[in-house]
Design a protein around this ligand. Sequence first.
Ligand code: ZN
Length: 272
Amino acid sequence: MIVDFHSHDFPDALAARAIAGMCRKTEGFLYPAGDGTLENHLDSMRLAGIDKAVLCQISTRPEHHAPLLRRARAIMDGEFGERARRMIIPFCSAHPADPDVAGHLREIRAAGVKGIKVHPYYQGFSLADPAVFPMFRAAADLGLVVTTHAGFDVGYPARRDACGPREIAILLRNVPGLKFVASHLGGCAGYAPHSTDELLELGCWIDTSALHRDWHKDEQIRLLRSWPSDRILFGTDFPWTDGREAVRWVSSIREKEDLDALFSKNAERLLG
Ligand SMILES: [Zn+2]
């Protein structure tokens, strides 16, 4: 069993534009391994032997709440077919500029959605800003898992101040009990080696999606090799990496006896 804790796809009518937009914004640094559609995502999972994938939807504007929740419901209800219903675990999102963010988080929970994804650069906030703590407190009280983009982002090369290990630590100290996943190995790219280790004592999880394995390579491998196996979740960030290659990379670095935890057991425990 393999669960991918970090993946993306888009409604068919938007997929091509979304993928092209990301490629342009990152000046070619992101190079897609898929076309951004749900069907292509499912095909790619099958090829990689990935059984289930958390779909990370991001609201870049507050008014995206309703369409993202509608899409999550449609996937869970089987409107996109049995394969999608069985294989995709849709997450919704929360936007700090949404005046009814607490009410919308309750709607997400009531729909049976397990968690939310945030992306501070694309949503214009810092995880360390006290103004956003109530939003995360509300998510924690509802038992929602929160996953965040962490660290440097190729779309915002000049910034390091929204979701690095330091900002994540401030958030977790202020919102105890939050089930929190920091993507991209906790944001190892762009920070001093060992910065992410501060998050261990705060109960943070990290995912294995690493888009630029030739940058900070030693630190990426150190994190993947040395963090406790019960705090790492396999993630691809598909379509920005290929699932087969991501499975191979993690399997080649981590000891065999830890792989069950990384590939599925931890995700099952976190998602309940
Ligand atoms: Zn991602």
